[in-house]
Ligand binder design. Structure first.
Ligand code: SF4
Length: 272
């Protein structure tokens, strides 16, 4: 029997980008070869990670201090957050909470920067997700279509009640909100809402992608996993030499996608 996979938005992103890349990276566990990123992008990832750690400590009520923070940009980000954080509703807070829902023969998972279960503006139960972003701000329509948005809202609608059974009504699709807050555009948080019809469509497509992954699993061999026809994907893929796509060339750092896994995820598969 095939293992049940625990799939995140990065896995779905990768499978849709190129099934063979998904196979090589997460099933065959071929290490991502040297230096696919420039130094500037690596630094940006590291700074983003440190910012998230600091916010996590903040929301957990743990001490944070500027004294040992040598990075001036990180200090500016922190000051920006303290001065322009989005309004947070009252309610039960979950920090860096992971949530997993069964989907087909596998699982779908999300890890939320901050979840607050309380009341909506109408006084009825509601669940509010917050996601802190340190990259370039994205427009609302692009965020709405992002894998992160789709997976987070789907998992919360399907499995949120398990986190707080006494507040199950807060996890109905039309009671969910997801706010993206960008340190580069702190006064304009992007708020995305959801509803039952959107959830039905979203869940059906997620199920079909998971079913497509599932159908390829028994084959075992790499050749069963198709190569993408999109050479722009190959340009930012470190497996070119394994799949004969060296002629695709290399992409610039601007090609990175919002849902693309950060470098450390490339080395540690998240399934099992
Ligand atoms: S180089 Fe292209 S075809 Fe090969 S694994 Fe990467 S994305 Fe897929």
């Amino acid at each position: 029997m095939t293992d049940r996979l625990t799939l995140s938005q990065s896995h779905l992103y990768t499978f849709r980008a190129c099934p063979r890349r998904f196979y090589l990276r997460y099933l065959a566990r071929v290490p991502w070869p040297e230096a696919p990123l420039g130094r500037a992008q690596e630094l940006a990832y590291e700074r983003g990670r440190r910012f998230h750690r600091r916010l996590e400590r903040h929301f957990l009520g743990l001490p944070t201090t500027d004294d040992d923070e040598a990075d001036p940009e990180l200090r500016v980000w922190w000051d920006t957050f303290r001065g322009h954080a989005p309004p947070l509703p009252e309610g039960r807070r979950f920090v860096e909470a992971g949530l997993t829902a069964p989907i087909g023969n596998h699982f779908l998972t999300g890890r939320f920067d901050l979840l607050i279960v309380g009341d909506g503006a109408d006084g009825q139960p509601a669940a509010h997700l917050f996601d802190w972003k340190t990259g370039d701000p994205r427009p609302l329509d692009r965020l709405r279509a992002a894998w992160q948005t789709r997976v987070y809202l789907a998992v919360l609608a399907e499995a949120g009640a398990a986190l707080l059974p006494e507040a199950a009504a807060a996890f109905a699709p039309d009671r969910l909100h997801l706010t993206y807050w960008y340190v580069a555009d702190p006064a304009q948080p992007r708020v995305i809402t959801y509803d039952a019809a959107a959830h039905r469509r979203n869940w059906a497509e997620l199920e079909s992608i998971v079913a497509a992954i599932d159908s390829l699993l028994p084959a075992g061999a790499a050749e069963a996993w198709p190569l993408t026809d999109d050479l722009s994907e190959c340009r930012r893929c470190a497996y070119q030499a394994l799949t004969g796509r060296q002629a695709a060339g290399e992409a610039g750092p601007e090609a990175a996608d919002e849902d693309e896994p950060p470098p450390d995820d490339w080395l540690e598969p998240q399934w099992g």
